[in-house]
Write a protein that binds this ligand. Structure first.
Ligand code: BG6
Length: 479
């Protein structure tokens, strides 16, 4: 649709930015924090580990002051479950609780709305040792942990996110660390884990509504539109299948409390069906979100078979692309998209796909929406005078915001936008060299240097965008 008049971003729009605990905090074993699956996982030895990361834990005041200077209206961060409950359950760690208390205090002092993710990939190791998400006890541990977070912080936190990118954890379990390497019948195990996570999420949503009537809670999956490789009906069907398995399985369960029919038949056909009970389905129907948060980096393209133009699979630890996660070539094959450019890490860049994705989600669920991740990973270079001229990032974000505004003009109810990431942090599996932040952190993969913070050019750009409530995406940037 071509609009004659573009609608402005709504008043009170939550301009924000995101991080996650294990990628930004550091202090991996300090002040009573327990280990998580991330601390036990084996990553590429040439890249940074997750012990110090951006050392946000020891730079809290400075970082929040920078977020305030940036003009953030909201800051999305995750609580490290193992910092609050070192054993995943059992005794609470007072120093861990105090850290998030301090962070939330600082945010409130600066009038920045905290947007809290309960769980972002870092399951406590103590729970993993007992089977992790395969063990139904983890559902109750998550409920207890969520209730504790609501109790501790619910007086000041109005927006909660349950589980970050549950779909990526299931589609890419072996990379993110949900499954121990060598697990037999991994897909079957993962779809059972998925069911357990859905139950955990439903319990957290019910608890949130019970305990914090003023607060809102939602899921945070990674959703992207899926294009057919051609107009061939078989390719269109393949795209439809992949979308059901990649996207709607998770949101249909979260929002409607039902299994998506196509995804269900896929699991049935493959022998992946989870064990479920009627009571559990009733619980899923009761636990409903108030909004949908979604992360978007790029669209996906698939075809019915591998006859032409197949997307190359990289070496899993290095070149994993989100859009190759969950590809099952017996049902759909990942394809190249000749209409799109790629970034330095071979990820496609598709701003129009962002608009399409937002529309698709809104059409299906009719819930208010917030973007909780979107951004460009790049090898930034620190230049003389501690400057980072990241015009490529400005360009990426600008194009995506333009499309988001068009989605708003299309009628999509958007209430916030939180790019990834507020500050440089360690990528899930590609080190600190793959930077996303508005703020540069002075360290390399192995050399921690002084961890000083420097504002990038995109910082100044975003500051102006926020000041204009998104009315001016091309401000004059003096840097
Ligand atoms: C999302 C995750 O999948 O993508 C983040 O929620 C992650 O944790 C982000 O950092 C970017 O991915 P990557 O692999 O480049 O770090």
């Amino acid at each position: 649709m071509k609009h004659q008049r573009i609608k402005p971003f709504p008043q009170g729009f939550l301009w924000g930015a995101s991080t996650s605990a294990y990628q930004v905090e550091g202090a991996w074993n300090e002040d009573g924090k327990g280990p998580s699956v991330i601390d036990k996982a084996i990553f590429d030895a040439e890249l940074s580990d997750f012990k110090v990361t951006s050392d946000h834990y020891h730079h809290l005041e400075q970082d929040v002051a920078l977020f305030a200077e940036l003009g953030l209206k909201t800051y999305r961060f995750s609580i490290s479950w193992a910092r609050l409950f070192p054993q995943g359950n059992g005794e609470i760690n007072p120093k861990g609780a105090a850290f998030y208390q301090r962070l939330i205090d600082l945010l409130c002092q600066h009038k920045i709305e905290p947007l809290v993710t309960l769980y972002h990939f870092d399951l406590p190791w103590a729970l993993q040792e007992k089977g992790g998400w395969s063990n139904r006890e983890t559902i109750d541990a998550f409920e207890r942990y969520s209730r504790t977070a609501f109790e501790l912080y619910g007086d000041r936190v109005n927006y909660w996110l349950t589980i970050n990118e549950q779909n990526m954890m299931i589609l890419k379990g072996e990379v993110i660390g949900t499954l121990p390497p060598g697990t037999p019948d991994p897909q079957k195990v993962l779809y059972q884990q998925n069911h357990h996570m859905m139950l955990a999420q439903a319990k957290a949503m019910i608890a949130c509504h019970e305990m914090l009537p003023h607060a809102k809670i939602g899921p945070a999956p990674n959703i992207s539109c899926v294009y057919p490789a051609s107009a061939r009906p078989e390719d269109v069907l393949a795209a439809n299948n992949f979308s059901a398995i990649r996207n709607w399985l998770y949101l249909d369960l979260g929002c409607y409390g039902v299994y998506n029919a196509v995804a269900w038949s896929f699991m049935e056909e493959k022998g992946y069906l989870p064990q479920i009970t009627d009571e559990e389905m009733a619980l899923l129907r009761r636990g409903k979100p108030d909004f949908i948060a979604f992360n978007y980096y790029a669209s996906a393209t698939v075809g019915a078979d591998e006859s032409t133009n197949v997307r190359e699979h990289g070496e899993p630890s290095k070149a994993v692309d989100q859009q190759l996660a969950g590809i099952d070539t017996s049902v759909y094959a990942g394809m190249n998209n000749p209409y799109l450019k790629r970034n330095q890490f071979n990820w496609y860049i598709d701003p129009v796909g962002f608009r399409i994705t937002a529309r698709e989600i809104y059409e299906r669920y009719r819930l208010p929406m917030i973007v909780t991740e979107n951004g460009l990973g790049a090898f930034d270079k620190l230049e003389a005078g501690n400057k980072v001229y990241d015009d490529y990032r400005i360009h990426y974000l600008r194009q995506h915001l333009e499309q988001l505004q068009l989605a708003v003009s299309d009628g999509v109810e958007m209430f916030g936008y939180c790019p990834w990431s507020a500050i440089d942090l360690v990528s899930t599996h590609q080190g600190i060299g793959k930077r996303y932040g508005f703020i540069y952190v002075n360290r390399d993969e192995k050399d921690l240097k002084d961890l000083a913070r420097f504002k990038k050019k995109s910082f100044v750009w975003y500051q102006h965008v926020i000041q204009s409530n998104g009315a001016n995406l091309d401000p004059q940037v003096e840097y």
